[in-house]
Write a protein that binds this ligand. Structure first.
Ligand code: XLS
Ligand code: MG
Length: 344
């Protein structure tokens, strides 16, 4: 039976348009107003960075942090929204300049561990069971700066600390090969799955696959999803699109390569993604050129494109696909898919 999908995005996906070369071009939309937009846009859950929920958390006590997170939980309940995941933002502060869990400075590593515990307090207060780790600065600009074996040991140690602190959470590592770093330590799905088996509870460590990140690694997003599904480790996804090997673009899902997007929807649907509570997560950015009043179209369009592709996935004549595979006539299979995508 085909499942129904529920969608999520993070408040950072409605943004002011600043880039490394220019300032903001749109006004800030307050968090409360963003929450009102979720249902209007067709979404059911919010993805959080810890400080999206509790701004300025480094200057608050653990009790104050929990109290503020509980207020956010009430606001979510008021909107009929769930919290899909919480991710520790370990890439902006002075303590994370050289990385967080892999920093060469023991005091900074301790900061990262403590911050992660506060992040888990927020996760619990939001009635949420999933943590995402985008290991932003866990890498190097030059290889000699860190020891890559020690770095992996330290990431495992940090994950073990989180698993022990809250035995009810699961952790989804979001691999990305580069940006901001020249080379990241957990660049692909394979690395994330492998590192899960070094932790004390591999059953609670999986992945968040972001389309653009796999493309930046020279890989195919749907094959990466298949790999994670084979290990039963696809805890969530960050669907978007990416036009070649350049900065992380976070374009509207399917807007660059419709066939590549079709294949992501196809593998998710084939293996019943979503039926165990997983959300279809987006990580998309509006173009900087987009005017204020129409700066959420990248979100609703991504969702619409996903659902349109889902119709195409479910109307594909799979018996024809199988027959062509049996014939080993992949040229004809290629044409079948292209015609299907063109509505012929
Ligand atoms: C950055 C990541 C980031 C995570 C959330 O490249 O995609 O936005 O998804 O921490
Ligand atoms: Mg992402």
């Amino acid at each position: 039976m085909p499942g129904k999908y529920r969608f999520s995005f993070g408040p950072w996906n409605i943004h002011e348009g600043a880039d490394p070369f220019g300032p903001t071009v749109r006004n800030t939309i307050q968090f409360g107003r963003k929450l009102n937009l979720y249902k209007e846009l067709g979404f059911d859950a919010v993805q959080f960075h810890d400080d999206d929920a509790v701004p300025n958390m480094d200057n608050l006590t653990p009790e104050q942090i929990i109290k503020q997170a509980e207020e956010v939980r009430s606001a979510l309940e008021g909107e009929g929204l769930a919290a899909e995941f919480v991710a520790p933002r370990l890439w902006e502060g002075a303590n994370t300049i050289d990385g967080a869990y892999t920093s060469n400075d023991p005091a900074c590593r301790e900061y990262a561990k403590q911050r992660s515990r506060r992040m888990l307090d927020i996760t619990l207060a939001l009635n949420c069971k999933l943590v995402v780790l985008w290991l932003a600065r866990e890498g190097t600009y030059i290889r000699e700066a860190k020891d890559s074996k020690v770095a992996v040991d330290r990431i495992v140690e940090a994950i073990n600390d989180m698993l022990a602190y809250d035995p009810s959470i699961k952790i989804a590592i979001e691999p990305k090969p580069n940006e901001p770093m020249d080379q990241a330590y957990i660049p692909t799905t394979g690395h994330a799955v492998a590192i899960s088996y070094l932790t004390n509870d591999p059953k609670r460590v999986g992945v968040n696959i972001e389309t653009a990140h796999t493309i930046l690694a020279g890989l195919d997003p749907s094959d990466e999803m298949g790999f994670a599904l084979a290990y039963d480790k696809l805890y969530t996804v960050h669907l978007n699109d990416q036009n070649g090997l350049k900065f992380d673009e976070d374009k509207t899902f399917g807007s660059v390569d419709l066939r590549r997007a079709f294949n992501q929807v196809r593998i998710l649907d084939k293996y019943d993604y979503g039926t165990r509570g997983e959300f279809v997560g987006l990580d998309v950015k509006a173009m900087r050129t987009q005017k204020q009043e129409v700066a959420t179209k990248h979100l609703s369009n991504s969702r619409t494109i996903f659902l349109s592709l889902l119709d195409l996935v479910r109307s594909l004549d799979e018996s024809k696909v199988e027959a062509l595979i049996a014939e080993r006539d992949y040229e004809e299979l290629d044409m079948l898919i292209i015609n299907h995508l063109m509505g012929k």
